[in-house]
Design a protein around this ligand. Structure first.
Ligand SMILES: Nc1ncnc2c1ncn2[C@@H]1O[C@H](COP(=O)(O)OP(=O)(O)OP(=O)(O)O)[C@@H](O)[C@H]1O
Length: 256
């Protein structure tokens, strides 16, 4: 298993966000972690990357418990590529320099090798021609792809995507989803995708996990999810404002 979570409880600011979470993520799979806004999807990811320690239960990544000690945690993080919705590109560096950053920080490879690796990573996201452009010269979709190239710079076996489609138009979204799928296949990665973009994500997912009301309410294949009759899951899939999930994170609009 790439990730194994058992009996996990996560708290923030003294509040229980998730409880009794059990999750096994096989190597090589793409798992979509779905759920309404504020249900705790990002909180679950932060337990996998070790940013948040469990209040109870265990989280293992590649068979090792997520360490508490800083140095071991940094070693683990080199093996986890993270793509955040904000991209996090440094504005005064070119695309190539942004992708080179993790290689320069975490390896002592000679500059010529770093250059070659950067070119390969940019090629992998179809942006070799954009190497010398600055983030402000890139479209939203291109910037996300540069951030993706940077996330895979150190060849991490596990990729975490937190809302990879935020702010992208449908065409750029399609490009990102097929890239995520292709990289997972060709590089032999394991991918966790946290998103509320259900319909864009399910086609590339092997597995879907739905979080609501502090726990996992569905865990199965995308086909099983779409065929499911559970009112909680249906409410989420169909985007209905009323149902078993309290949509307290979104303001309700009253019909006139
Ligand atoms: N640093 C924090 N301190 C206290 N509470 C937090 C913190 N971060 C998140 N929360 C709370 O934890 C809950 C879960 O948040 P989280 O960001 O994990 O949800 P999410 O499902 O990823 O939401 P979204 O889809 O909106 O990003 C929310 O109620 C949020 O207000």
């Amino acid at each position: 298993m790439a990730v194994r979570v058992a009996g996990l409880r996560l708290e923030r600011g003294g509040r229980v966000i998730l409880r009794d979470i059990d999750l096994s993520v096989p190597q090589g799979s793409v798992t979509a972690i779905l759920g309404p806004s504020g249900c705790g999807k990002s909180t679950l990811l932060s337990a996998v990357t070790g940013e948040l320690s469990p209040a109870a239960g265990t989280v293992e990544v590649f068979g090792q418990p997520v360490p508490q000690r800083r140095r071991e945690l940094l070693e683990l993080r080199k093996r986890i590529g993270v793509l955040l919705q904000g991209n996090g590109l440094l504005t005064d560096l070119t695309a190539a320099e942004n992708v080179a950053l993790p290689l320069r920080t975490h390896t002592d490879l000679p500059p010529a090798v770093v250059r070659q690796l950067v070119e390969m990573k940019l090629h992998a996201v179809g942006l070799r021609a954009a190497a010398d452009l600055y983030p402000r010269e890139l479209s939203g979709g291109m910037a996300r792809r540069v951030a993706l190239a940077r996330a895979i710079a150190l060849d991490p076996p596990l990729m975490i995507y937190d809302e990879p489609l935020t702010g992208l138009d449908p065409i750029a979204s399609g490009v990102i989803m097929s890239l995520i799928s292709r990289l997972n296949r060709t590089l032999g990665l394991t991918s966790l995708i946290v998103t509320h973009h259900v319909h864009e994500t399910l086609p590339i997912a092997d597995r879907a996990v739905v979080i609501a009301n502090g726990g996992i309410v569905f865990d199965g294949t995308p086909a099983e999810l779409q065929a499911g009759a559970d009112p909680l899951v249906r409410q989420f899939l169909d985007g209905q404002p009323d149902g078993p999930i309290p949509f307290d994170a979104a303001p309700r609009t009253e019909a006139a």
